[in-house]
Ligand binder design. Structure first.
Ligand SMILES: Cc1ncc(COP(=O)(O)O)c(C=O)c1O
Length: 372
């Protein structure tokens, strides 16, 4: 039977992700538009982005937060280009984006003393083999595999190298062990449902020490430069961005932060995301034709929820199209490099009631396409 109830909001994309409940673009505070980002108002607004983020995330003393160009990719590459090469590197990857950082390190930076630990979609590499005397590069949540790092217990507090973590689909949706992480990056368009364009770069005091004590042998484009005369350019972490940001995107980001605050802060955002995963987990438990791509329960992502179906890849595509045509779910096909399947975003901006409304539609679409 075709379900009657449709999700109120059919946006389940894994990036840009759904806007928050109640989002209204006309309500954004736009007094910065048309003004210089270096005016007192512009700088104050950008400084607020940094300070409000640090406060809400509960960053430890001495950690810096900066707005940087080019979204999460910009933030990660800025860190890789500025900090790597001082010592050997271990890099871990289990899906498309992590593999992209391997390409950067091996093929672009050409760092020879590098060990790669790769795992297939659905699995994590063996963390016990990682050497923390080296710099360690990894993704917290593999957005295209739906496999997350369950905790930071495998990272020692007394490490010699730096930990550089791409956490774009984790920050504000998962507990982050900040003391174990020296560089953390994320973008506004994921868990918070903000806009693309800018990245967030979080640095520990040890990461800052690296920047001030090491100069890489390769040329550094202006948009990657974080030091001036051997000292950290502190301005970047107080709102004096390297180049011109979109103040419209900034206003949108501050709206998302205020929303998170209004629902009870980061812990409430994490709970909303976990509730979304619980809905899907209940459905998976009741239906033997659908499974999580993640093999171990503790690694199942609560943001990018990746599912495999007992169906041919063309049938999966047909299911995804049918659900979009019915207006019940947009953009839920697996990432182009990942195994065929469905990926439902479960970050904080998605309502559990909408995920619940989608589930019977998935069963219906599967019946239509596969069991006809
Ligand atoms: C884990 C991960 N890293 C990097 C990116 C690239 O992000 P952006 O487009 O914000 O640069 C994504 C985007 O989905 C991602 O999921």
């Amino acid at each position: 039977m075709k379900p009657e109830l449709k999700p109120t909001n059919p946006n389940f994309s894994s990036g840009p992700c759904s806007k928050r409940p109640g989002y209204d673009v006309s309500q954004l505070k736009l007094d910065t538009l048309g003004r210089s980002h270096r005016s007192a108002l512009g700088k104050e607004t950008l400084a607020k982005v940094c300070s409000q983020t640090a406060e809400m995330l509960g960053l430890p003393e001495g950690y810096r937060v900066g707005v940087v160009p080019a979204s999460d990719t910009g933030a990660v590459e800025m860190a890789l280009w500025s900090m790597l090469g001082e010592r050997a590197v271990d890099v871990l990857a289990w899906e498309s984006f992590g593999k992209g950082w391997i390409t950067d390190i091996l093929k672009q930076l050409k760092l020879e003393n590098t060990r790669c630990f790769e795992a297939d979609y659905g699995k994590l590499p063996d963390f016990s083999e990682v050497d923390f005397n080296r710099d360690v590069v990894f993704t917290w949540n593999g957005t295209t595999a739906g496999v997350k790092v369950p905790n930071g217990d495998w990272i020692p507090d007394d490490r010699e190298g730096l930990t550089i973590c791409d956490a774009t689909s984790a920050v504000f949706a998962m507990e982050m062990p900040w003391q174990k992480l020296d560089v953390v990056t994320y973008s506004w368009q994921k868990v918070l449902g903000g806009e693309g364009a800018h990245g967030m770069l979080i640095l520990s005091p040890r990461a800052v020490e690296r920047l001030e004590s090491y100069t890489p042998p390769w040329p550094m484009p202006k948009i990657f430069r974080m030091t001036k005369n051997g000292k950290l350019n502190e301005g970047i972490f107080k709102g004096a961005t390297i180049n011109t940001p979109s103040m419209l995107c900034v206003a949108d980001y501050l709206d998302t932060l205020n929303w998170v605050e209004s629902i009870g802060g980061v812990s409430a955002a994490i709970k909303r995301s976990q509730d979304n995963l619980s809905v899907v987990a209940g459905f998976v438990a009741e239906n033997d034709w659908i499974n999580f791509l993640a093999e171990k329960p503790e690694t199942i992502s609560n943001t990018s929820i990746c599912l495999t179906l007992d169906a041919e890849p063309e049938q999966v595509k047909a299911i995804v199209s049918l659900l979009a045509d019915e207006g019940v779910a947009y953009d839920i096909g697996a990432y182009r490099d990942a195994p065929a399947g469905i990926r439902i975003w479960g970050g904080a901006t998605v309502e559990a009631s909408d995920v619940a409304a989608l589930m019977p539609w998935m069963a219906w679409a599967y019946e239509q396409i596969v069991n006809q």
